[in-house]
Write a protein that binds this ligand. Sequence first.
Ligand SMILES: *Cc1c(COP(=O)(O)O)cnc(C)c1O
Length: 403
Amino acid sequence: MISSAGQRPPVQDDFIPFAVPSIGQEEIDEVIDTLKSGWITTGPKTQTFEQDFRNYVGAEEAVAMHSCTGALHVALSAMGVGEGDEVIVPTMTFCSTANVVVHLGARVVLVDVGDDLNIDVASAADAITGRTKAIMPVHYAGHACDLDELYALAAQNGLNVIEDAAHAVGSEYDGEKIGSRMLGPAHLDGSDSRSVVAFSFYATKNMTTAEGGMAVATDEELVSRMRRLALHGMSRDAWKRYSDKGSWYYEVTETGYKYNMTDLQAALGLHQLRRLDSFIEKRSEYAEIYHEALGGIDALQSLPIRNNRRHAYHLFPVLVSEESPLSRDELIDELRDRNIGTSVHFIPVHLHPVYQREHGYQEGDFPNAERIFGRLFSLPLCPGMTESDVRYVAAHLADTLQR
Ligand SMILES: *Cc1c(COP(=O)(O)O)cnc(C)c1O
């Protein structure tokens, strides 16, 4: 159990990294099989992975990409976002959510977040202008945004929604997986709004293909445009061109990107997806241990969790409270000295030099995000940790903060 005052916490020689991927023998065998198969880039395994993935999240269509960043970029591009348009992005996110908007020549309209670090829907509503084309909510840490409110706002204003679900594969909102709920003509909501949900399979995410991502959507035209844009804007993909049934002919119908997923990545993804629920169970068990420990540490607080959510616990963020004898930075150093790796998610986008220099943002713009950021860090959490690793971290948090 967690050490109480007077009891020395355990000592551990090995560094506990912030996160490591869990790769099993099945993944290794599948990668070797792919290497020996003669087809290593986009092909049959990518297609199977797309089918399995859309079955898992309950989406109609899925397009595999080389990253979540690529999926976000292609989604905006397929929706026609470009110069003169505005896109609303929460400032508390990884830079790629905002960068892709800039790549398309549109304006990034940053907004503040609520105390769960998800986009503040009222701030998003205030930021809507005649030029607003889309909102990009981020399901921070794997804790879903309020999709009822966001989708209503988008539908009322004719806006598209691109969900950055980099943390949220396996997360649920109101009993539905993130990726299953969509805006679009198929949903007869009477608006022109459409949506895309983009997932990440980066090395540290809840499931990994080393690098990788997936865009899911229902709107057929949007899906075929994303597929085309992810492969140069060509009208047919390489597999179809060169397989027995294909022909050499293709047309470039618009200037696209090179964002396709390889079968080597898909080989990893096929097995990671099958193990995803067990990964999330482990993450949730460990999160429970952290929650219990934090209950006894006044110097730390966890973030609020709303009703009707299945948290995927991609991250376990904590806030250093006013009572803490150590600042956030001092605590991170102290934990590192005790062989515990932590991280900070995220430095708000508006505090990065390029967003200040080129996009007019400055310190003070988003008080809630800034106030939280100064006290925020993430505890190590991944299924590759042992329960004793997690208890070691919990014990040392208590020991560090309650001397
Ligand atoms: C990891 C991450 C991304 C980018 O994912 P990639 O697959 O590495 O491109 C985007 N948004 C958020 C919030 C992330 O954490």
